[in-house]
Design a protein around this ligand. Structure first.
Ligand code: F6R
Length: 365
């Protein structure tokens, strides 16, 4: 039940520190300061040549973050597709490869079809799923559960951050097994992950400030979300969340793509949400932000303490999070992104938990 919350979505957003902590506890050995899966994997991560990922919607964006992590930390090439494309594009998959499917419900038709295709091509299929009794969980070779608990709101929130927590642990595990990270590096990353629930609680405190921003957001026709690196999938997720529950048109873009087209849309009416933790691509994102500012775009900057000091120009609003390891930024930045969509939808008076035309589980293609 909703408890003190007005919507399931609000309750589920606020549950994130707890369920992410629960999910991480499943994959981290805190005493040993290592990542540990509860069972043994039926394949050898150390010898994998390639990883394929397929998923839909928000789960796809979690996969896109994982691509950056797995490539950076474990040095394995990752290809990722939305499942509706993957299932039909007849990708050549060398036998013995790894396919990761990601699904909250475990029943999404296109994701299930991708799993079956990969199996037929001799892939090991690893499923990151939230419903342990689901079809995808049953048919996968290995199930790596997210422990988000039942998600009622149609817009996925806590399932997304639990997917990220699980995938981050997998990336670190792969890095260790392949010897691409040292014991010290693993320890550092485990410590970073342990910080997530506390930082999520900090992020939730931005609620009142985001509620204010949502008042002007609710008047916008279109909103642009920009980010680089792992903040790029977050930009896509922010735009998806806003359109699905507030019905405001929104687009997410890799910040560097701005000048290849979408910059033409920017005027004084257009809010642009820039997701920019102070990470190695921060300066690049700032120069894109400068281009938006020069055209009168209304910038909502999401950054950290260091980023705020370094940004050095006017925004309409700046949402400031504590400094944190870049690994965990997507998990923490997900919260203000979700809150912004939520409060905007509440302003608009839409049915937040049951947006029009949407179903929680898409079991037909
Ligand atoms: C967005 C949302 C959808 C789902 C997508 C996949 O908020 O909820 O985009 O993420 O339909 O669903 P699952 O994860 O159940 O396969």
């Amino acid at each position: 039940e909703k408890g003190n919350f007005r919507h399931f979505m609000a309750k589920e957003m606020h549950e994130q520190p707890e369920v992410v902590s629960h999910t991480l506890a499943h994959y981290l050995d805190l005493a040993a300061e290592t990542v540990q899966l509860p069972g043994k994997l039926p394949f050898d991560i150390a010898t994998l040549d390639r990883v394929s990922i397929a998923a839909c919607g928000t789960a796809y964006y979690a996969g896109l973050v994982a691509k950056y992590w797995i490539e950076r930390i474990a040095r394995i090439p990752v290809e990722i597709d939305v499942a509706s494309e993957f299932r039909y594009r007849e990708a050549p998959l060398a036998p013995g490869g790894l396919m990761i499917v990601i699904s909250q419900s475990g029943e999404t038709a296109d994701t299930l079809a991708s799993l079956r295709y990969a199996k037929a091509c001799g892939q090991h299929v690893l499923a990151v799923v939230n419903v342990p009794t689901s079809t995808i969980a049953r048919e996968a070779d290995v199930v790596v559960p997210t422990l988000a608990g039942p998600e009622i709101g149609v817009a996925s929130t806590k399932a997304f951050t639990c997917q990220l927590a699980t995938l981050a642990a997998l990336a670190v595990l792969a890095g260790r097994e392949r010897g691409t990270i040292s014991t010290d590096e693993e320890r550092r990353l485990v410590h970073a992950l342990v910080e997530v629930p506390r930082l999520m609680n900090e992020a939730l405190k931005l609620g009142p400030q985001i509620e204010q921003i949502a008042r002007t957001f609710a008047k916008a026709q279109d909103v642009l979300y920009l980010g680089r690196g792992t903040s790029y999938p977050l930009a896509l997720e922010g735009a998806l969340k806003l359109k699905e529950i507030s019905y405001i048109h929104a687009e997410g873009y890799a910040a560097g793509e701005l000048k290849h087209g979408p910059i033409a849309l920017i005027d004084e009416k257009m809010p642009v949400v820039v997701i920019a933790p102070h990470d190695p691509v921060f300066e690049k994102t700032m120069s894109n932000m400068q281009e938006v500012a020069a055209r009168g775009g209304r910038i909502i900057l999401l950054t950290d303490e260091t980023g705020r000091r370094a940004a050095g120009f006017e925004t309409e609003a700046t949402l400031v999070l504590p400094d944190m390891d870049p690994l965990i930024a997507p998990l923490v930045y997900a919260i203000p992104v979700q809150l912004l969509a939520y409060h905007t939808a509440v302003q608009m008076g839409t049915d937040v938990d049951q947006p029009r035309n949407l179903a929680k589980s898409v079991t037909v293609e």
